[in-house]
Ligand binder design. Structure first.
Ligand code: BGC
Ligand code: NOJ
Length: 811
């Protein structure tokens, strides 16, 4: 069942039934100022940091779900309705929500009045525009009242829900014409305020939530709206809100547009006040002025659209399969950008107060957006490196506002450091900019300890070498990529976190996944050493990589697949000898991508075992059999019910590792089959089962052991986005940036006749046509550049600004 459809030309998903199985959201903003907005206008906004600078309040896990947002109420005589259906839920004559690239348009029609609201954050602006157009589609003159509503958050989203003994006394607002200012705590340690303004005179306003709603009403029936009478309330403590009331008269056919602006301002310490108690509003007024007319809004909206045209012009596929094209050209890239911006902080599953910017997460995210905004990728990589500890290890996350690493969600995840090599290599391949290696970067944010970025990579590499276990395999530490395989945790206390506890400081538990990762990114490190003239270091690093390959072959092979780990006691994890958890996906993926044992058929055997054991209709599950009871020696993984999350759920993040592995073997049919099993556009018809947005990936889809296989959770902010993009664009379609040039080496289903890709790479536009007349998966028969035959499939670097035609024939 579907709840809408893709509009590919507009790059929108159009929701036509507001009763989706879960709120289907979108993101506003591209830099600093961000908003989450659901298809019924729920959600919230923040500037820079979802935890510390939350502008509007949102109650997670609320009943009914997704209550609170940017609401409009239209009071038309006895009929009160909202253009987004919620919160009032008056049945609409027409409803439509268009989620586009950083904007959302919600339109409702009731009794001949049409209301259309456009929501977006103008580029480089700390504000959301909410432009509301009302059109009288009836034959008679109409008089309606429009009420707006946002509820302020008292800035720190964690304390806002928590510290009520203080919060309920501190709320402060100012009302100035048609602008409502939120200035809680501005008198003391804050130099920032927020405002919600409209470009029309008010018939009234409210700033006190309980006065507006009435003490026993919800957002669905505010007393002020139901009675059509704003209370003109001034908040003192309790819960400040901003609600405007505008009276509109509309002749038949007439349309009127209101521009609302939800903004955020920081003032210098000596410019905080106009006079005692009255905030200095010049910056806010300038912003309000800038967006005072629909024409200025239209111009800013056009700018945003052009911005996205630019971002999405760098890899454009024409495959003849609309679902694949919309994933590759639009939605997967869009999700990668959102994930880059937000890391794992704010979604409808991440509360904005739990996790910030993850070290492992954001380094992996780089492969999904580096081609769109290479300069920002560079900056992010250096920010991440600046939180690295001197011994090469990493804090697991940093908070966006401070950019300092912290231990809130743990540390000592021994896969963490190696991802820094991966992201840096991806950045250099995209840009050719080796100068990043010379950039001075602090350790643990201590400027005095700054060293060239290369040194960070070296310590990341050495961290593995310095932390090997009894089999010469990397120690796992707290956990590796799989946060929940906690081999040193041994937790019997429900009050301690699996993420931050290790009750036994063992130096025995080893990870075969990290071993594969070390081989793969260790080779990348060797290459970087070579290319930066560090021949000696390259040789030495290569020796460690070779030794790791040998250790995996000797101690990491179980007979038909790669082992997953050795536990604290030195027992095998992910082995035939285990009744549950006999085979895991991660080590198969990494060892296959690294080609360990490729010549001896081990990669093929391992991936055949994956197919036999882990494949299902809804994707590849993480391991089999699922754990049916808690295993103290494995930790959180066995705490989830079978089929969910890391306990044998389909973790969409790691499926691409297997897809890429299949391309190493040249098996394009299988690679693509795995791809389409989890790509959201292919799941649209099953939206009632899948439940989450059909335009973005979710972290996890319930596996075959679960009660409802195929049901997704945790959409938007997940490494799934970047890895699937990387797998499809660079390995299946096979257009891959290298250090010196673009390589073309597709591995596709044999049935395909071919495809074309336009790729802008280091300023050069390549129109690449891949032909598959012999219906093979992989292998290059001939290549031509601008009509001239070429040897090899590496396309030389050409003049920036130039355009070229590349023809690749498989066979
Ligand atoms: C989840 C992981 C997640 C981690 C974050 C675990 O409980 O299962 O998927 O990465 O928490 O803290
Ligand atoms: C989600 C986390 O963000 C990611 O870092 C981790 O690798 C996966 N969960 C798997 O546990």
């Amino acid at each position: 069942m579907r709840f809408g459809h893709f509009d590919d030309a507009a790059r929108e998903y159009v929701i036509t039934n507001p009763r989706t199985p879960y709120p289907w959201i979108n993101y506003l903003g591209n830099d600093d100022f961000f908003g989450l907005i659901s298809h019924t206008a729920g959600g919230y906004a923040f500037c820079k940091d979802a935890r510390f600078r939350r502008l509007t309040r949102y109650r997670y896990n609320n009943v009914p779900w997704d209550d609170g947002g940017r609401y409009f109420y239209i009071q038309d005589g006895d009929c009160v309705w909202s253009p987004g259906w919620k919160p009032v839920r008056t049945e609409l004559d027409e409803y439509r929500c268009r989620h586009g690239m950083s904007y959302t348009i919600i339109r409702g029609v009731k009794n001949g009045i049409e209301a259309e609201a456009l929501f977006f954050v103008p580029l480089g602006t700390w504000a959301e525009v909410h432009q509301l157009t009302l059109t009288n589609r009836s034959q008679v003159a109409r008089a309606v009242r429009v009420f707006s509503l946002v509820e302020w958050c008292l800035w720190n989203a964690h304390d806002d829900l928590n510290n009520l003994q203080r919060n309920l006394s501190i709320g402060e607002v100012e009302i100035d014409g048609s602008a409502i200012y939120h200035k809680t705590e501005y008198r003391e340690r804050r130099n920032h305020y927020a405002f919600y303004a409209v470009n029309a005179p008010l018939a009234g306003f409210d700033t006190d939530r309980d006065a507006f709603l009435g003490p026993y009403n919800g957002f669905d029936s505010p007393a002020a709206v139901m009675e059509g009478t704003p209370r003109n309330s001034e908040a003192h403590g309790w819960s400040p809100i901003a609600s405007h009331c505008v009276a509109l008269h509309l002749q038949p056919g007439e349309a009127k547009t209101l521009v609302f602006l939800l903004g955020y301002v920081e003032n210098a310490d000596d410019q905080k006040w106009d006079r005692p108690g009255v905030i200095h509003k010049a910056n806010a007024r300038a912003l309000i002025e800038r967006f005072a007319t629909p024409a200025s809004v239209a111009a800013a909206f056009q700018e945003l659209r052009s911005f996205w045209d630019g971002l999405l012009s760098r890899y454009v596929l024409d495959s003849g399969d609309a679902r694949l094209d919309r994933m590759v050209n639009v939605w997967n890239q869009y999700q990668c950008m959102v994930t880059f911006n937000l890391s794992r902080s704010a979604s409808y599953f991440e509360t904005g107060i739990g996790r910030g910017v993850g070290f492992r997460d954001s380094n992996q995210d780089v492969i999904g957006f580096v081609h769109q905004v290479p300069a920002r990728a560079r900056q992010r990589i250096l920010e991440l490196a600046a939180t690295q500890l001197p011994d090469g290890s990493a804090y697991h996350q940093y908070q966006p506002l401070t950019k300092r690493g912290n231990s809130d969600i743990g540390g000592d995840f021994n896969d963490d450091p190696l991802w820094l090599i991966f992201s840096t290599a991806a950045y250099i391949k995209e840009t050719g900019d080796f100068s990043i290696l010379d950039e001075q970067v602090p350790f643990d944010n201590d400027e005095r300890a700054a060293r060239p970025h290369f040194e960070h990579l070296k310590r990341a590499f050495s961290h593995t070498v310095d932390n090997l276990g009894p089999h010469g395999l990397p120690l796992i530490g707290r956990a590796d990529w799989n946060d929940c395989l906690n081999l040193n945790c041994f937790s019997t206390d429900p009050n301690e976190s699996f993420q931050t506890t290790s009750n036994r400081a063992g130096r025995t538990a080893e990870s075969v996944m990290i071993a594969g990762q070390f081989v793969l990114y260790g080779r990348e490190f060797v290459e970087l050493c070579r290319r930066s003239g560090r021949e000696q270091e390259a040789l030495e690093a290569q020796r460690h990589v070779d030794a790791m390959v040998a250790s995996v072959l000797e101690h990491g092979w179980d007979g038909e697949w790669f082992l997953r780990a050795y536990d604290f006691f030195g027992n095998r994890v992910g082995s035939r000898e285990n009744e549950e958890g006999s085979i895991f996906i991660e080590s198969q993926g990494f060892c296959a991508m690294a080609g360990i044992g490729l010549g001896e058929g081990k990669v093929e055997q391992a991936l055949d075992s994956v197919n036999a054991w882990l494949d299902s209709d809804v994707g590849l599950v993480l391991h089999q059999p699922a754990f049916t009871r808690y295993r103290l020696e494995y930790g959180e993984i066995s705490s989830y019910p079978p089929g969910y999350k890391e306990n044998a759920g389909v973790f969409c993040h790691n499926n691409p590792w297997i897809m890429i592995g299949e391309t190493v073997l040249g098996r394009g049919d299988r690679a693509f089959e795995y791809y389409r099993k989890i790509a959201p556009a292919y799941l649209e018809d099953r939206s009632d089962v899948h439940r989450l947005e059909p335009y973005v990936y979710a972290q996890m889809v319930a596996g075959r052991d679960a009660a409802r296989p195929g049901e997704a959770k945790n959409s938007w902010l997940t490494g799934t986005a970047a890895w699937n993009y990387y797998a499809i664009t660079q390995f299946i379609l096979g257009i891959r940036p290298g250090y010196d040039a673009l390589e073309v080496n597709p591995c596709i289903p044999r049935t395909w006749n071919g495809f074309t890709v336009t790729r802008i790479f280091r300023g050069v536009t390549y129109h690449i046509e891949v032909r598959n007349p012999r219906h093979v998966s992989k292998g290059i028969r001939r290549v031509s550049l601008d009509g001239d035959p070429m040897s090899g499939n590496t396309i030389p670097m050409l003049d920036p600004g130039s355009e070229h035609r590349v023809m690749v024939e498989l066979g």
